[in-house]
Design a protein around this ligand. Sequence first.
Ligand code: SF4
Length: 347
Amino acid sequence: MPKEINRFPKHFALRLIDWQKKSGRHDLPWQKSTDPYRVWLSEIMLQQTQVATVLERYPRFLERFPTLKSLALASQDEVLAEWSGMGYYSRARNLHRCAQIVWHEWGGQFPEHVDDLITLPGIGRSTAAAIAVFSFGKKEAILDGNVKRVLSRLSGFEGDLSKSGDTQLLWDAAEQLLPETAQQLRSYTQGLMDFGATLCVPKAKCLSDSQQCPFALECKAKQEKRVLELPRKMKRVKVQDLTLEWYIPVLAQKVYLQKRDESGIWAGMWTFPEQLNKKSNSSLELEPLVHVLTHRRLQILRTVVLGAKLKDDAVGRWFTYEEALEQAIPKPVKDTLKSLMKLAVTL
Ligand code: SF4
C-alpha cells in the first residue's frame, strides 16, 4: 500500500517564489530564453551533469549546433564528438534522434503539450513538464530527483520511491502545489530546481542552519531529525564489475581506434580494439584504469601494441593523437590518449 503523504507548509508556492526572487539563481544562460530548443538542451544536459560543467559546455554546444535544424542534420558522430567528456552518451544519441524527429515529423517545432513531448526520445515526464512550463507557460509539475527530495523532506513522506505507487503520490502532491499564472509557474518551477540544487541538498546535513530555509520551522524531516533519511528508496541498483582488455596499436605517432557497435557500452563511439590478431614487435602495459558507469564498474587493462600493421577499414582507423581527441571518445580513451601523448617521445 502506498504511504500517506502529509501536509505541506502553508502558501508553499508563493513562499518558494519569494525565496527564488531573493536567493535563487538568476544568471544561468538557459534562463534567459524561452526557446524550446535551448530549454530542452539545458534540461537534457543538466540531467546527469554538474551545473559548472554545463555552464561551460552549453554555450559551446550551441555554437556548434545553433539551431534544431543544424543538430537534426548533423551526423551522429559529430554530435557524440561534441558531447564527448560529458558521459551518459545515450543522452547525446537521444538528443540527436529527438532533433531529427522534431525536424522531420513536427515541422521543426517542439510540441507544446506534455503528452506529446514525452513521446520524444530522451524526454521523460519531468523534463517534458519543464519544457512545457519554461517555453510554453503551461501548468505542469516537475518531479526530478531534487524535487522528490524536497517534497519528501518537507512533508516527511515515508513512501518508497522505488515503487511507482508511492512515487505517484508525490506526483499528485506536486500537481496540487502548483501556483496559477504562467509567470508564477516559471518562477515556482525555477525555485524548486534552485532550492533542491543549492539549499535542500542530498548528502549534507540540512543546510538551513547556515542558510535561511523559509520552511525550516514546518519541515517534517527537520523537526523529526530525519533529513538524511528522506527520501526513502529501498531498491538499490546493483553495480556489476566488468573487466575490459584494450589493445592500443601505436605506429609512427598515430593511434588506431575502432568504432563500437550501435548498442552496448559507449554505443557508436570510438575506443581501442578489444582483440588483436596482428603480430607486433613489442608491447607495453599501462596502469589499469577504473571507470564507473551507472550500473557497471569497469576495470580496463591497457596494452600498447607497437608497430602493429593494421589497415583502415569499415570499423577501424589510424588517427594522429590530435585527430583522435576530436572524435567521439569516452573519458577513459581520452585519458589514455593523453598518457600516450606524454609517452610519445619514447614510443
Ligand atoms: S529545513 Fe532543511 S530539509 Fe527541510 S526543506 Fe529546509 S533545507 Fe530541506
